[in-house]
Design a protein around this ligand. Structure first.
Ligand SMILES: [Zn+2]
Length: 149
Protein backbone atom coordinates (compact mmCIF):
# COMPACT_ATOMS: atom_id res chain seq x y z
CA UNK A 1 0.00 0.00 0.00
CA UNK A 2 1.10 3.56 -0.58
CA UNK A 3 1.52 5.68 2.46
CA UNK A 4 -0.13 9.07 2.28
CA UNK A 5 2.32 10.86 4.52
CA UNK A 6 0.60 14.26 4.30
CA UNK A 7 -2.76 12.78 5.28
CA UNK A 8 -1.23 10.87 8.19
CA UNK A 9 0.63 13.94 9.43
CA UNK A 10 -2.63 15.93 9.22
CA UNK A 11 -4.23 13.35 11.53
CA UNK A 12 -1.30 13.53 13.97
CA UNK A 13 -1.42 17.31 13.90
CA UNK A 14 -4.76 17.05 15.74
CA UNK A 15 -3.58 14.66 18.45
CA UNK A 16 -3.08 16.69 21.64
CA UNK A 17 -0.25 16.16 24.06
CA UNK A 18 -1.89 14.51 27.10
CA UNK A 19 -0.05 16.79 29.54
CA UNK A 20 -0.36 20.07 27.68
CA UNK A 21 -3.52 19.80 25.56
CA UNK A 22 -2.89 23.11 23.79
CA UNK A 23 0.06 21.42 22.07
CA UNK A 24 -0.37 18.81 19.39
CA UNK A 25 2.19 16.03 19.24
CA UNK A 26 3.54 17.56 16.04
CA UNK A 27 4.01 20.91 17.87
CA UNK A 28 5.93 18.95 20.46
CA UNK A 29 8.18 17.61 17.70
CA UNK A 30 7.96 13.96 18.72
CA UNK A 31 6.63 12.79 15.34
CA UNK A 32 9.74 11.97 13.34
CA UNK A 33 7.93 11.06 10.13
CA UNK A 34 6.17 8.29 8.32
CA UNK A 35 7.95 5.19 6.99
CA UNK A 36 6.89 2.49 4.53
CA UNK A 37 7.13 -1.33 4.40
CA UNK A 38 5.35 -1.77 6.69
CA UNK A 39 3.61 1.61 6.92
CA UNK A 40 4.34 3.16 10.30
CA UNK A 41 4.60 6.42 12.16
CA UNK A 42 7.96 7.11 13.79
CA UNK A 43 7.61 8.62 17.24
CA UNK A 44 10.30 9.66 19.69
CA UNK A 45 9.23 9.79 23.36
CA UNK A 46 9.87 13.12 25.07
CA UNK A 47 12.15 11.30 27.43
CA UNK A 48 12.65 7.87 28.83
CA UNK A 49 10.41 7.33 31.78
CA UNK A 50 8.01 10.10 30.90
CA UNK A 51 4.64 8.63 31.88
CA UNK A 52 2.97 10.48 29.02
CA UNK A 53 4.64 8.24 26.42
CA UNK A 54 2.13 5.39 26.77
CA UNK A 55 -0.79 7.83 26.70
CA UNK A 56 0.59 9.54 23.61
CA UNK A 57 0.97 6.24 21.77
CA UNK A 58 -2.57 5.26 22.70
CA UNK A 59 -3.88 8.59 21.39
CA UNK A 60 -1.97 8.17 18.13
CA UNK A 61 -3.38 4.66 17.72
CA UNK A 62 -6.92 5.90 18.29
CA UNK A 63 -6.56 8.84 15.90
CA UNK A 64 -5.07 6.66 13.15
CA UNK A 65 -7.82 4.05 13.51
CA UNK A 66 -10.54 6.69 13.39
CA UNK A 67 -9.06 8.18 10.23
CA UNK A 68 -8.96 4.78 8.53
CA UNK A 69 -5.23 4.25 8.96
CA UNK A 70 -5.62 1.12 11.03
CA UNK A 71 -2.94 -0.58 8.90
CA UNK A 72 -0.40 2.04 9.92
CA UNK A 73 1.75 1.03 12.88
CA UNK A 74 3.64 3.05 15.45
CA UNK A 75 7.37 2.64 15.90
CA UNK A 76 9.17 4.11 18.88
CA UNK A 77 12.45 5.69 17.84
CA UNK A 78 14.73 6.46 20.76
CA UNK A 79 17.74 7.69 18.83
CA UNK A 80 18.50 10.51 18.37
CA UNK A 81 16.81 11.43 21.66
CA UNK A 82 14.12 14.10 21.67
CA UNK A 83 15.21 17.52 22.79
CA UNK A 84 13.15 20.59 23.53
CA UNK A 85 14.72 22.11 20.37
CA UNK A 86 12.24 20.01 18.40
CA UNK A 87 9.26 21.95 19.73
CA UNK A 88 7.97 23.93 16.76
CA UNK A 89 7.68 27.70 16.67
CA UNK A 90 3.89 27.34 16.78
CA UNK A 91 4.34 25.03 19.77
CA UNK A 92 6.46 27.63 21.59
CA UNK A 93 3.82 30.30 21.00
CA UNK A 94 1.09 27.98 22.25
CA UNK A 95 3.09 27.08 25.37
CA UNK A 96 3.59 30.71 26.22
CA UNK A 97 -0.09 31.52 25.69
CA UNK A 98 -0.93 28.61 27.99
CA UNK A 99 1.29 30.03 30.74
CA UNK A 100 4.24 27.67 30.45
CA UNK A 101 7.64 29.16 29.77
CA UNK A 102 9.01 27.64 26.56
CA UNK A 103 12.28 25.76 26.96
CA UNK A 104 15.37 27.85 26.67
CA UNK A 105 18.92 26.75 27.36
CA UNK A 106 19.64 29.97 29.24
CA UNK A 107 19.59 29.86 33.01
CA UNK A 108 16.80 32.39 33.40
CA UNK A 109 13.21 31.84 32.37
CA UNK A 110 10.90 34.53 31.11
CA UNK A 111 7.71 34.86 33.15
CA UNK A 112 4.75 33.93 30.88
CA UNK A 113 2.55 36.32 32.89
CA UNK A 114 4.49 39.59 32.82
CA UNK A 115 7.55 38.89 30.67
CA UNK A 116 10.04 39.62 33.46
CA UNK A 117 13.28 37.64 33.46
CA UNK A 118 13.69 38.20 37.21
CA UNK A 119 12.67 34.62 37.94
CA UNK A 120 13.94 31.71 40.00
CA UNK A 121 13.55 27.96 39.90
CA UNK A 122 11.82 26.73 43.04
CA UNK A 123 11.62 23.05 42.22
CA UNK A 124 13.13 20.72 39.63
CA UNK A 125 9.76 19.01 39.56
CA UNK A 126 6.65 20.87 38.50
CA UNK A 127 3.19 19.51 37.76
CA UNK A 128 4.79 16.66 35.80
CA UNK A 129 8.35 15.26 35.70
CA UNK A 130 8.87 17.01 32.34
CA UNK A 131 8.46 20.46 33.84
CA UNK A 132 10.20 22.44 36.55
CA UNK A 133 8.46 24.89 38.81
CA UNK A 134 9.54 28.52 38.65
CA UNK A 135 8.44 31.72 40.31
CA UNK A 136 8.51 35.25 38.99
CA UNK A 137 10.05 37.73 41.43
CA UNK A 138 8.41 40.67 39.66
CA UNK A 139 4.75 39.57 39.75
CA UNK A 140 5.26 36.73 42.27
CA UNK A 141 3.34 34.28 40.07
CA UNK A 142 4.52 30.68 39.96
CA UNK A 143 4.78 29.04 36.54
CA UNK A 144 5.93 25.84 34.95
CA UNK A 145 8.85 25.67 32.62
CA UNK A 146 9.65 22.92 30.19
CA UNK A 147 12.91 21.29 31.14
CA UNK A 148 15.69 21.30 28.62
CA UNK A 149 17.33 17.99 28.05
ZN1 LIG B 1 5.85 37.77 36.22
Amino acid sequence: MTVDEAAILAVLDKVPDPEIPVLSITDLGIVRGVAEDPPRVLVTPTYTGCPATIAIEASIREALDKAGFDAVGIERVIFPPWTTDWISERGRQRLKAYGIAPPDPSATAECPQCGSTDTEEISRFGATPCKAQWRCKACLEPFDRFKCH
